[in-house]
Design a binder for this molecule. Structure first.
Ligand code: HEM
Length: 476
């Protein structure tokens, strides 16, 4: 890959009163030289975050040609704003993302484009309005309490897989909020199926990169077919139940995702969503809505377990705000240390590690001309560890995100939820949920990584911990 470099923006410094403690957060060491074609294909399949070179973490824009075609990796905040916001009409999500995820998510909100996307986004936005998200607090606290009570009964020294626990609890939150208990089937089976599905589709298949026709069998599609069938059966049953409810007493139906999807109308044509679009959205929300939050929580619990000072700050906060072990739903915004730990965990391990776009027409990015069809990559993983933008970029320093310092973080240097029209529709939902679950976990137990387990991030659809996160639990 050839490299085109851009002049550097001014580095930002951490205030002198913030100490940098502990070891570098585990991550692959950036490569000294770009991998060759085969190395890149293998790397993208095994773990895309291991394919970044040190140039990516040192230069605002790295632009060149590879087996992926023309690629510009952009880490200059002003240029990111240009791509994701100011000139977002010149970019779509691109073929690779659709080829990888299309099987299950099809025409759901995450992958839809143009007028179809706009109509869906408009129909679903009310579900995530501040009033609605506020209304979900009680259900989130109830799910977190159930987890806290279950964990309180475990004996000291018990080994648990925190990644699986977080997957279960975040799926339960989705079930109680946006799906209002409409999900059938045992949650654990559901959570395991979603996890296996994401493990399979999340591996970037060389055949997808090379854009071979869809009929060429993919490794992942053999594995995902039965899993997609499972989702489809579940979703068909959920829809049939809700349709019957709406046909009987529409006023009694909850104003949740299912009702909004079934009632959605295109403002221009007046047409509703097809059954396939409704299903694709349900699957989209199941997948986008729990794998992301559960990994953010897993990383936060891991990082806090490794940093005694940060852990003490969070423990002090949860002990003071939760004297009886429970969160008062009106107090969620008071958990500033818990929130800062979560934000810093999403800086080091952003659940959505790459945001990719394809240029529809030519553009100029930071003085560099790019051609139509160039793949533009905004990688929160690279951006959040970029040497020009962060002090001690590889260290866990939650104080950066305390309310009095947050204002000095450039909006476009920290993008766990993306930006612009395609920004995560559920960002405030996810933050509220994650703070509630993290605070509850920290109030009840202390966790340490199981002996012998080597922690390493691996990028699938979300940025996971390889081999889960086995941890030893002790009651507080
Ligand atoms: C910590 C948790 C989460 C993170 C880090 C996250 C991250 C993101 C990011 C980066 C995007 C933009 C992708 C792009 O621009 O290409 C996105 C979009 C989206 N997210 Fe999230 N997300 C989280 C939680 C959730 C939850 C809880 C839900 C649903 C309940 C959800 C549903 C969606 C949907 C439907 C989109 C597509 C929006 C659109 O294109 O209009 N996400 N998310």
């Amino acid at each position: 890959m050839s490299l085109v470099l851009d002049p550097a923006p001014a580095p930002r410094r951490l205030p002198a009163d913030i100490a940098v403690r502990g070891a570098r957060a585990p991550a692959p060491i950036p490569l000294d030289t770009p991998p060759g074609t085969l190395g890149l294909l293998k790397g993208l399949r095994d773990n895309p975050v291991a394919t970044w070179t040190r140039w990516h973490f040192e230069q605002p824009i790295v632009h060149g040609k590879s087996v992926l075609g023309r690629v510009a990796v952009v880490s200059d905040p002003a240029v990111i704003r240009h791509v994701l916001v100011e000139n977002s009409a010149n970019y779509d999500k691109g073929g690779l993302q659709r080829r990888m995820l299309g099987g299950g998510l099809g025409t759901g909100l995450l992958l839809a484009e143009g007028a179809e996307w706009k109509a869906q986004r408009r129909a679903l936005a009310p579900l995530f309005s501040p009033r609605h998200v506020e209304g979900f607090k009680r259900a989130m606290v109830a799910v977190a309490d159930e987890m806290g009570e279950r964990w309180s009964r475990l004996r000291d020294g018990r080994r648990i897989d925190v990644a699986a626990e977080m997957a279960r609890v975040t799926l339960r939150v989705l079930g109680r909020t946006v799906f209002s208990e409409a999900m059938n089937g045992p949650e654990d089976h559901f959570a395991r199926t979603v996890s296996r599905y994401l493990e399979a589709v999340g591996k970037i298949d060389p055949l997808d990169i090379l854009d071979l026709p869809a009929w060429v069998p993919r490794l992942a599609s053999a594995q995902t077919k039965p899993l997609i069938r499972f989702f489809e059966d579940e979703v068909t049953a959920m829809l049939a139940k809700r349709r019957a409810l709406l046909a009987g007493d529409a006023a009694a139906a909850p104003r949740d995702l299912l009702t909004l999807l079934l009632e959605a109308r295109d403002p221009e044509t007046g047409l509703g969503l097809s059954d396939d679009d409704v299903k694709a959205n349900i699957i989209t929300f199941l997948i986008a809505g729990h794998e992301t939050t559960s990994n953010a929580l897993t990383w936060a619990l891991y990082l806090l377990s490794e940093h005694p000072e940060a852990r003490a700050a969070v423990e002090g906060e949860v002990d003071a705000l939760m004297p009886d072990g429970r969160i008062d739903p009106t107090q969620v915004d008071a958990f500033v240390h818990t929130r800062a730990a979560l934000d810093e965990a999403m800086r080091l391990y952003p659940p959505a590690a790459s945001i990719t776009r394809e240029a529809l027409g030519p553009d100029i990015l930071g003085g560099i001309r790019i051609k139509a069809r160039t793949m533009v990559v905004v990688s929160p993983y690279v951006l959040h560890r970029h040497k020009l933008l962060w002090d001690a970029p590889d260290h866990f320093v939650p104080e950066r995100f305390l309310p009095e310092r947050r204002g000095s973080v450039d909006r476009f240097a920290y993008l766990p939820f993306g930006a612009g029209p395609r920004i995560c529709i559920a960002a405030s939902f996810a933050i509220q949920e994650a703070v509630i679950i993290l605070a509850t976990a920290m109030r009840h137990v202390r966790l340490t990584v199981a002996p012998g387990h080597e922690v390493m991030p691996v990028q699938r659809v979300a940025l996971r911990s390889r081999g889960g996160m086995p941890m030893i639990l002790r009651q507080r």
